[in-house]
Design a protein around this ligand. Structure first.
Ligand code: NAD
Length: 467
């Protein structure tokens, strides 16, 4: 089947970026009325093209409308409304409390300046959200934007790049579509900020390319996010929320719980609770359930099937079946997995397979988390504050949720981002505005009091040393 997505001609890419720079230099995007109007246009696009976006997400990922709404569309609308409402406050220059006595009579302010021309590179697993959420912040902060949707979710990329240019000012917002070759050419151009979402291998390529122009980057990456089930956890609630977060979008979520750490004597009880929840959510035949998604591509399917093939009935506690023609993998729970397991514990799973790693106690769970890269998310299921605080205090992660999964992503008052191998920088809400803003320290001196201030001029003599 031919791709629905037309790629941008590589020879056109430098002039697309140049045009954006010329527009930025006119000051068009810095105007507050322009910014608000563009965000209103984006809201109109989200409203007018809701069905087209939902259909494209279904075609790419078999996403149910509920999942498309929760995971993709609703937060973009919320973010646009937040920025329109709060932009005047966020843009306001901040006056600092001066500390140097020679500046006592002067003005010291931090101006909130747009960075310039920014590049946003999206990933395929939430192809609307991961592309447009950062764009909202970039528009609010007064930038021109080049959008590079993921070519892997081709239907969604095609819908956004076909219709969105009719809503936004084409002088200030442009698209490049394509794969590695096109993105490589894009990355050779100079930007004032690069915002990339995707895997860490490409994250390094992006950062190296940015280094050539000393361009700042935000890298929203992934990794293995653990879920720790403490001895005092409510296992039924844990199962409901763990299963929801793991199998939402078929496990293809950057903050999906990747593996579970639970004490040895609770493993079987947790599996019983998970089995019951899976039956409630997706019935005994998940392949027929509307609520259960699909793997994005045969490439990803083969990678996941390859992982599954290392395990037999002694370790597959639930599920394990698959159907390549339908890109379907049953919700699968693996049990009694060692944290050093050489297959499932080596890479981010990014699919509907959940290994359970039994531990002797919570201190061992903490050690296991700490020997690995810092994860993007950490989930702790525990009733008592001393129980979850002990784990929070002794670990680190991009974000953390106690007694749930994924919900911190939906809460836009919380900055979202990774730490170490799971990423750098953050966004959402006020943090997005900050990410795409240069804080320009500015001093406005009076021309008076020259006699007093002249003590700093040469020739330097002991009696002048008054600073
Ligand atoms: P992907 O394949 O869609 O790639 C992301 C982008 O990188 C695409 O636009 C693609 O064109 C571009 N790209 C790919 N190869 C490139 C190359 N060699 N040079 C330049 N550009 C290139 O997505 P993916 O990387 O498979 O996404 C999955 C990963 O992203 C997972 O690790 C997941 O955890 C992570 N992720 C993180 C977040 C987050 O917010 N932190 C969100 C979603 C996904």
């Amino acid at each position: 089947m031919s791709s629905p997505l037309a790629y941008t001609a590589i020879k056109e890419i430098p002039s697309i970026v140049n045009n954006l720079r010329n527009t930025f230099n006119t000051g068009l995007t810095k105007d507050v009325t322009f910014r608000k109007q563009q965000l209103k246009q984006l809201l109109m696009f989200m409203n007018d093209k809701r069905d087209d976006l939902m259909d494209a997400l279904y075609n790419d990922l078999h996403k149910h409308k509920m999942e498309s709404n929760i995971g993709e569309l609703s937060s973009i609308i919320d973010e646009c409304q937040y920025m329109i409402k709060n932009m005047d406050r966020l843009m306001k220059p901040v006056t600092t409390n001066k500390r140097f006595k020679m500046n006592a009579l002067d003005k010291t302010i931090i101006r909130k300046e747009a960075k310039g021309v920014v590049l946003v590179i999206g990933a395929w697993n939430y192809p609307v959200n991961l592309l447009l959420m950062p764009v909202v912040g970039a528009i609010a902060a007064g930038n021109c934007v080049l959008l590079k949707p993921s070519e892997v979710s081709a239907n969604t990329a095609a819908v956004i790049s076909k219709f969105l240019p009719d809503y936004l000012d084409k002088r200030a917002f442009s698209f490049v579509n394509g794969g590695v070759e096109e993105t490589t050419c894009v990355l050779e151009q100079r930007f004032d900020h690069i915002f990339y979402t995707g895997n860490g291998v490409v994250g390094k390529i992006v950062m190296k390319a940015a280094a050539n122009h000393l361009t700042p980057v935000t890298l929203e990456l992934g990794g293995k996010s653990p879920a720790v089930v403490a001895p005092d956890a409510d296992l039924d609630v844990t199962a409901n929320r763990l299963v929801w977060g793991k199998f939402f979008n078929n496990g293809q979520t950057c903050v999906a719980p990747d593996y579970v750490l639970v004490s040895k004597d609770q493993q079987e009880k947790l599996i019983v609770a998970i089995r019951k929840t899976l039956l409630n959510y997706y019935t005994a035949n998940p392949q027929k359930s509307d609520s259960y998604g699909r793997i994005i591509s045969t490439r990803q399917f083969d990678r996941l099937k390859g992982l599954l093939d290392h395990y037999d009935a002694s370790q597959i506690a639930i599920g394990g079946k698959s159907d390549r023609d339908d890109l379907f993998i049953e919700p699968t729970i693996l049990k009694s997995i060692s944290y050093k397991d050489e297959h499932i514990m080596q890479q981010e799973i990014f699919g509907p397979i959940l290994p359970i790693v039994p531990v002797d106690n919570m201190e061992q769970a903490i050690q296991i988390i700490n020997v690995r890269d810092q994860p993007l998310a950490l989930y702790i299921f525990a009733k008592s504050a001393s129980s979850y605080n002990n784990i929070l205090d002794k670990t680190n992660s991009g974000g953390a949720v106690v007694n749930d999964t994924l919900m911190h992503l939906q809460e836009l008052s919380l900055p979202f981002g990774g730490v170490g191998a799971s990423g750098m920088g953050a966004y959402h809400g006020e943090k997005s505005f900050e990410t795409f803003t240069h804080q320009r320290s500015t001093m406005i001196k009076s021309t008076g009091f020259e006699n007093v201030l002249a003590t700093r001029y040469p020739p330097y003599t002991d009696d002048k040393d008054t600073m």
